[in-house]
Design a protein around this ligand. Sequence first.
Ligand code: URP
Ligand code: ZN
Ligand code: ZN
Length: 464
Amino acid sequence: MSLLIKGGKIVTATDAYDADIYCENETITRIAPALDAKDLPPDTEIIDAAGKYVFPGFIDPHVHIHLPFMGTNAIDDHASASRAALAGGTTSIIEMICPGPTDEPMDAFNEWKSKADELAAVDYSFHMSVVRFDESARQQFRRIVEDEGIPSFKVFLAYKGALDLSDEDLFAMLTMAKELGVIVTAHCENAEAIDSMQKRLLAEGKTGPEWHEPSRPISVEADGVHHLATMAGLTGAHIYTVHTSCEPAVRAAVDARLRGVNVWIEAVLPHLLLDKTAAEKPDFEGAKYVMSPPLRERQHQDVLWAGLAGRAISTIGTDHAPFNFNGQKDMGKDAFTKIPNGIPSIQERPVMVYTHGVCAGRIDLHTFVDACSTQAARLFGMYPRKGDIRVGSDADLVVWDPDYAGTISKETSLSAVDYNAFEGWKVWGRASVVTVRGEVQARDGAFVGTIGRGRLIPREATHF
Ligand code: URP
Ligand code: ZN
Ligand code: ZN
């Protein structure tokens, strides 16, 4: 089956031009002005993109779907998460594999992969979390990188006793990452400081969701970035700070870059648009807005947007981590430390960045494409297969209707989670047609694809 996308304006991270795109055998095979349908096979599906943009499929470099965490499990499976992702225009995801400290890394890899293989409709890969680093684990990580094509690790400088790593192991892991050309994605905070702050606040009777942010303030996040960057400087490893939420953390990463450390910065949608007052909503509703690092004071959003506009911040992810308000978030009614951390937004990211970034004049269209697609492909070893519109690339395309106006609502979200953190927000633009490897998977906010069609994306280690 072949596909012709006709009459649109192609917009990539660097270019904008009017041309048609012809796709065959899952890839883009021709890009030219005015391709004539008469010259193409008769069964070619034709999509009219007149008056619309055509973007490379969006890539979410930071999602959690299968996630046993804080005494419960995230509520999406790969079917519901794929439906939501595709409806919004996201065609590829990188999911965090988060095993417990006693689990075997290879077992965890197989567990996460089998769940995605069965139900994903998006293409996918994984960042492999390193939560222990003994000799047996090391050998398994090497195989996961070299034999399974997973050239990125994840490390947590947070969640004491559950996911955090000692400095000795952190140093050894970064040394191995450098040797293998693996980029290390990192949740940067200070697990010990947070643990002490949480105990102090709870002892003072400060138990509500509004105390989550004070338990892990901006200085703690900046400390984590500085610490990781110090270790990366000593080992030569390449690092990527996930969900960087505030000015001091961004500055710590940029300072490290100026010292010669190879560090890249990710922002995530919740920190760009929501602030800490959301977690202060009455009647425990603030729990919907508990994530780590926490939502910050509003002024940090300006720094994140400016960092994106100047491309000091490379990517925008979601950190999609869906926990129901009823039955999961409310596990923390008596103590904010028991509220499962996460704010879901796998469907909303493209339209919210388009609306509040591009339409609001904070970033241009090319930066939007770069941050939501191209940079993730480049940094994580899947460019130019993903993240661009070129002959030879996978035919992952988003035909974007800039004239659509709508409202975000739980009613139209396809994630399984029981609330939408952006309920009632107005948006402009919409993914009107979304293709993955040349097949239409979503139209006008509805999933029309095939569950289970998603594939593991071949990736290369490039961070030597
Ligand atoms: O609050 C968050 N971010 N939940 C998911 C786990 C993580 O730290 O990324
Ligand atoms: Zn995290
Ligand atoms: Zn995360």
